[in-house]
Design a protein around this ligand. Structure first.
Ligand SMILES: C[S@@+](CC[C@H](N)C(=O)[O-])C[C@H]1O[C@@H](n2cnc3c(N)ncnc32)[C@H](O)[C@@H]1O
Length: 211
């Protein structure tokens, strides 16, 4: 639940960032046990270049503290959209922080904004948008790839931000964003192979005053 608000201490279920160096970071779901290939519950041990970490040992530690690995040490950091972008599981190409900053700035996205995004992809941009718009705003994100939609929904729920986002499977070039969003969006962002095919649909959902 750790993306929703900053907190001091790591709880079970959080996503924590294990920082070995600026070029070596890992996002870890803090679960004491995981399932192996035979579907058996086993101790969750995370392997790094500096040795192993028993994930249960993170529970109760302060974010920012130094943790021992079997052959060295690392820092355990609070997750942010920036760190998530550097550590997320890639399902697609993603947008990185320097471009994300410019997108948010130029679209004038702020707390309370209603944003429409397609495609969801790996959720890199989505996480940054969510931090910006919550708690009153909402992100409507669309992807035509069903498995990517499912995984994004799971990640948003695990990260405690599901209430601020609706993820839908839809070919936005073919059928647009839906009647219910007409005239509702403050901003629309398209990261698609053929974005021009969705421009007319984007114009339908944008508010008169939107970007
Ligand atoms: C480059 S990825 C988006 C990456 C995302 N911006 C991020 O930062 O993680 C493009 C996504 O658009 C989706 N896509 C492509 N054409 C689409 C369409 N016509 N309608 C909806 N989604 C589409 C793909 O399935 C893919 O997941």
């Amino acid at each position: 639940m750790s993306f929703a608000n900053f907190k001091d201490t790591i709880d079970e279920g959080d996503t924590a960032i294990l920082y070995l160096s600026a070029n070596s970071m890992h996002a870890i779901e803090v679960r004491p046990k995981i399932k192996n290939k035979k579907d058996e519950l086993i101790e969750n041990v995370f392997q790094t270049t500096y040795g192993a970490l028993k994930v249960r040992d993170l529970i109760g530690k302060k974010y920012g503290s130094k943790v021992e690995l079997s052959r060295g040490w690392a820092y355990v950091l609070h997750p942010t959209p920036e760190l998530w972008t550097l550590t997320l599981p890639h399902r697609t190409q993603i947008i990185y922080t320097p471009d994300i900053s410019l997108i948010i700035f130029q679209l004038e996205i702020r707390p309370g904004s209603v944003v429409v995004e397609s495609g969801t992809g790996s959720g890199s941009l989505s996480h940054a948008l969510l931090r910006c718009i919550k708690p009153q705003g909402h992100l409507h994100t669309f992807d035509f790839h069903s498995h990517r939609v499912l995984l994004a929904q799971e990640e948003f729920a695990n990260h405690g931000v599901a209430e601020f986002v609706t993820v839908a499977q839809r070919d936005v070039c073919e059928i647009g964003f839906g009647e219910e969003l007409k005239g509702k969006a403050d901003a629309v962002f398209l990261d698609l192979p053929h974005p021009w095919e969705a421009v007319e649909h984007a114009a339908d959902v944008i508010k008169e005053s939107g970007e």
